[in-house]
Design a protein around this ligand. Structure first.
Ligand code: APR
Length: 240
């Protein structure tokens, strides 16, 4: 039995499957990841754009970087892989998705049970007083109407805590899962990169490049997320 069939069997027999996704899940939608050759961090110094220091001491560059990502996302949409995960949720094959992505594509594809571990790029607040703000005000580089503070998207910047509820949800669901499928992430960023090791269930890794630290997975499917999910879905629908 090849690995694809093995994972399809595990999906069919699993009572609780959780999927953990990263930026590689959205590259086939035209959104760059971070650490691949064409990734954001190979072109831009993350310290200068994705940290609290960058926001507080270099706001123009911080604002330019996130405005560019927001504008790019306006031209992109979830792909068939996102839609397959939403269908698996509806069909009771998939229990929940935990994602590092701030692009909202899982929700846009129809998934309901999604924990956004690194926040969302679609909602905004004042960095100083926390007052919520609109996308238009952020893009127009307006200051907070309440305290004149800097506006920012509700993404988790390096050095910031993850949203507590999303983290606790992901942790408890992964710990009690029969099957955890990790898709499109380099697993280089803490604490999310610890999650796969916290499950008692089987661990599957679907990724374009397989890094050495992925040796603890029970099964590895090297390939592109959308392509692999289409093949798995075909196997699931044919061998009913
Ligand atoms: N299908 C499968 N895997 C892919 C695809 C694809 N189409 N495209 C890229 N990949 C793989 C890359 O080979 C890489 O291993 O996805 C991985 C993406 O890894 P990163 O760029 O490191 O992205 P991610 O793991 O999500 O980063 C984690 O770091 O920069 C911060 O907050 C940001 O949430 C992000 C976090």
């Amino acid at each position: 039995m090849n690995n694809l069939q093995k994972v399809a069997d595990w999906l069919r027999s699993s009572k609780k499957t959780v999927v953990l996704t990263g930026a590689g899940m959205s590259t086939e939608s035209g959104v760059p990841d971070f650490r691949s050759a064409s990734g954001w961090w190979t072109k831009t110094d993350l310290q200068k754009v994705a940290t609290v220091d960058a926001l507080e001491f270099n706001y123009p560059l911080f604002h330019e970087f996130y405005s560019m990502r927001i504008r790019l996302l306006e031209k992109c949409a979830p792909h068939e892989g996102h839609h397959i995960l939403a269908k698996w949720e509806k069909d009771g094959i998939l229990h929940r998705i935990a994602t590092q992505n701030v692009d909202g594509f899982h929700f846009q594809a129809g998934s309901k049970c999604v924990d956004e571990l690194h926040g969302s790029i679609y909602t905004f607040r004042c960095h100083s007083c926390g007052q919520s703000a609109s996308k238009e005000s952020f893009l127009a580089k307006e200051r907070c109407g309440h305290c004149q503070g800097y506006l920012r998207p509700n993404v988790v910047l390096f050095g910031e805590m993850l949203p507590e509820k999303a983290w606790q949800n992901a942790l408890s669901n992964i710990q009690s899962a029969d099957l955890v499928i990790v898709i499109g992430t380099s697993l280089e960023v803490y604490p999310v990169n610890q999650l796969p090791m916290m499950t008692k269930g089987k661990k599957v890794y679907i990724n374009k490049e397989i890094a050495s630290h992925a040796s603890y997975f029970d099964c590895i499917l090297e390939g592109k997320a959308k392509e692999v999910l289409i093949k798995l879905d075909e196997l699931l629908s044919t061998n009913k």
